[in-house]
Write a protein that binds this ligand. Structure first.
Ligand code: 13P
Length: 360
């Protein structure tokens, strides 16, 4: 077994007896296995409230609980979803009948995970840029989440493209925070999802996004090496390489697939088991089409699995259909499952636009 030999070698080499290397490798592999991907439902309460407000849904803790219950109780979700990312409020919640969400997810044969950063804050001396916070006390928080049943974690860094940004200072500080978070996760037995997001906002070109994303990823991996993160026991969650939303020259699906895969091949070591993209505000259909084109054109030649860890690109149609009404729960679950299925197909390069007219 290659995995087991690799695990033993790593265990000896790293001399970190506390770290369960094989468990991390197994969890990471399971998260990116076959035709599955991750579902991010880890919006902070203010972000979730903003999305509710746009649709006239009451912004209460109970409504957020009901909405997350709708998602995690979707029948057959585990056919396409390997892991669900929760938020601190959500991981402590229960179904209406009192069953803890973590138990509901685990019994559905899905792995529960948890967002552990506390947000991107304005960075001192760097106007227009942010640094993600949350390292203080993280070791204790990770231990608590692990005891609650989480098996992986997520931390998101945010980089913006504009005149003279992102700066070296912001790229390096965010990369170092990601690496320190990842090392602490592995110590706690949690697989780190390392998410450096280059935003779509701006008028930059596809090429500029590719250059910035490559620089960011290369800096992140330098820091991951420096902080002794075991690459076999982590997952990268990057943005796709896309032109800015305000760029007059938009790109075809194939151009996005080519630019993204080229950037990743130049920047991501083969030891990483999987790359799970964020959707970043793309529509559900477009995010599926981009992931599909990458797998269709390159899957056989790539060292890592290419999958999804979408939030809005899976949730948004279901949220719009639900509208906070009990009578819409079942229809919203069908729409959610449909998007998950489309992305499952995109992992195989088998997604087709016609699927959008034939619901699950
Ligand atoms: P989106 O897919 O909506 O970008 O969300 C993914 C995520 O987890 C952002 O941190």
């Amino acid at each position: 077994m290659v995995g087991q030999t690799a695990a033993k070698n790593l265990q000896l080499k790293m001399e970190q007896p506390k770290m369960n290397v094989q468990k991390l490798i197994d969890t990471a592999k399971t998260l990116v296995a076959s035709d599955k991907g991750l579902l991010a439902i880890d919006e902070s309460s203010p972000t979730c409230n903003k999305r509710f407000a746009k649709l006239g849904i009451p912004q209460t803790e109970e409504c957020r609980r009901v909405y997350r219950e709708l998602i995690i109780t979707t029948p057959s979700l585990c056919k396409f979803i390997s892991g669900v990312i929760l938020y601190d409020e959500t991981i402590r919640q229960q179904k209406k009948d009192g069953t803890p969400f973590v138990q509901v997810i685990t019994e559905a044969e899905i792995i529960p995970g948890i967002k552990v950063d506390i947000g991107a804050k304005d960075m001192a001396g760097h106007p227009g840029e942010t640094i993600t916070e949350g390292l203080d006390g993280l070791r204790d928080r990770l231990q608590e989440y692990a005891q609650m049943g989480a098996r992986f974690a997520k931390w998101r860094a945010v980089l913006t493209i504009n005149t003279n940004i992102p700066s070296v200072g912001s790229i390096e500080a965010n990369a170092q925070a990601l690496a320190r978070y990842a090392a602490l996760c592995q110590e706690a037995g949690l697989v780190p999802i390392v998410e450096p997001e280059v935003l779509m906002t701006g008028n930059h070109t596809l090429e500029q996004c590719g250059e910035v994303t490559a620089k960011v990823l290369q800096t992140v991996f330098q820091q991951l090496y420096t902080q002794r993160v075991m690459l076999e026991g982590m997952i990268l969650k990057p943005n796709m390489v896309l032109p800015g939303l305000a760029c007059p020259q938009q790109a075809t699906v194939e151009e996005v697939a080519d630019a993204t895969v080229q950037c990743l091949l130049r920047s991501v070591p083969a030891a990483v088991p999987g790359i799970a993209f964020l959707s970043g505000g793309q529509s559900g259909e477009l995010a599926s089409a981009h992931l599909n084109a990458m797998n269709l054109r390159f899957k056989a030649r790539l060292p890592w699995a290419l999958t999804f860890s979408f939030g809005r690109a899976i949730q948004q149609p279901a949220l719009e259909l639900w509208q906070g009404k009990e009578s819409n729960v079942s229809a919203a679950q069908q729409v959610l499952l449909h998007r998950a299925k489309c992305n499952g197909s995109a992992r195989q390069g088998e997604y087709k636009a016609e699927m959008e007219w034939t619901k699950v």
